[in-house]
Design a protein around this ligand. Sequence first.
Ligand SMILES: Cc1cc2nc3c(=O)[nH]c(=O)nc-3n(C[C@H](O)[C@H](O)[C@H](O)COP(=O)(O)OP(=O)(O)OC[C@H]3O[C@@H](n4cnc5c(N)ncnc54)[C@H](O)[C@@H]3O)c2cc1C
Length: 398
Amino acid sequence: MSTDTQSSHTGSQSSSAASSKRVAVIGAGIIGTMAAWQLAKRGHDVTVFDQWNTPNDRGASAGESRIFRTIYKEGPEYVEFLRKSGQMWLELESEQDTRVLEWCGGLTIGHPDHPDVAAVADRAREQDLEHRVLDAAAMRKEFPQYGVDDDEVGVFDPGAGVFRPELAVLAARDEGIRHGAQYRTYTRVLNIRPLAGTVAVDTAEGASLFDSVVVATGPWAEELSGFDASLIRPTQLVAGWYPVRDLDMHQPTNMPIAIRRHPEGGYSCFPCLDGASVKILPHHLRWPHLSSVDELPRFIEPDSIRSAEAAVARLMPHLDPTAIRVSTWTEGFTPDGAPIVGTSPVDDRIVLAVGMSGQGFKFSPMVGSVVADLVATGTSPDALAIMDPSRFSTGAAT
Ligand SMILES: Cc1cc2nc3c(=O)[nH]c(=O)nc-3n(C[C@H](O)[C@H](O)[C@H](O)COP(=O)(O)OP(=O)(O)OC[C@H]3O[C@@H](n4cnc5c(N)ncnc54)[C@H](O)[C@@H]3O)c2cc1C
């Protein structure tokens, strides 16, 4: 683990009672629970609504494991955001006396000329981030779990790790509750109505009134965010679990997470967390857009499973290439692949934190912190321009 992730986050602390607001957070996945924690910690009166339980297995925050990385090919602006997020994850673990993130390190594996592999190595060098580049021989010696070709390398990020996402949601929920947040589970929000001097949140039980509303509805974003379906598209992702032949070799203490780029299959790979198998999320298969989250098919096409199994057989020599479990989830993706975090262009009492585009778990604490800043003052020193909702000029209609 890199040492710069170990000190405490020094962001905003409790606000005075005078500036305390009544805030509704809609959606209690990792983004909503983190926002609720940060808002309650700063003294706001927070009510969180979710149509299901918290955590639940329906949203984008479910599925046993998630990756944390610090060397981020997606853009240099994310690096400081991730450094601060790492501090906040440690703070959450410390306050809740729990462990939700194993610092197992992370590899990006592929041909050194592959754009993603080159981008990770370049980012590490440009931003002076701790890393090692291993050639094929060094990879085989140190990380035999990953079968590499002679012309491949691995870029090792010691500041990467694997989350237990359900436990992370639970920890963020409980830390928010400790600071006074209230949760209304199994309560679907039907509408948000900005009115003079207040914002109404409608459920089947009637309207509740708030000063501000945070929309953190994950892949269901189009319903309440005001963005149309072409801007935040629910997208289907599939993962399979493959039995380990050597349990010890695949434990998080011995196996880093990996992102693989190979002509015969790309994937995210997670160490064994269930005592029996390794989860692999293929990237080379189609990630279909759905017309609605509720249309998520439970059936996975046999061709997709066969293709994933073939990639495992080719690239993961110490796994049985038979998927013993397959699961599927949705996530909201934007056209440019960057999240939407900011004040609604239409009403500044509504803050949007949606469209996380497959990236949101790792930096969810900082999204929560930015949301809390925006609710309090309308601006945040930590807000990233790349996430500004106004970049979609035709989008907002809340
Ligand atoms: C398979 C998969 C793998 C991923 N891998 C990674 C990874 O390795 N690393 C990483 O950083 N990120 C990863 N991501 C992305 C990350 O997990 C998501 O960005 C993040 O979990 C999104 O959280 P969320 O709170 O926005 O959404 P969700 O977890 O979906 O939460 C939204 C909540 O809103 C509720 N809701 C919706 N509408 C309403 C309503 N009208 N009323 C009340 N409640 C409502 C839902 O019930 C839900 O609980 C992955 C995503 C997926 C799907």
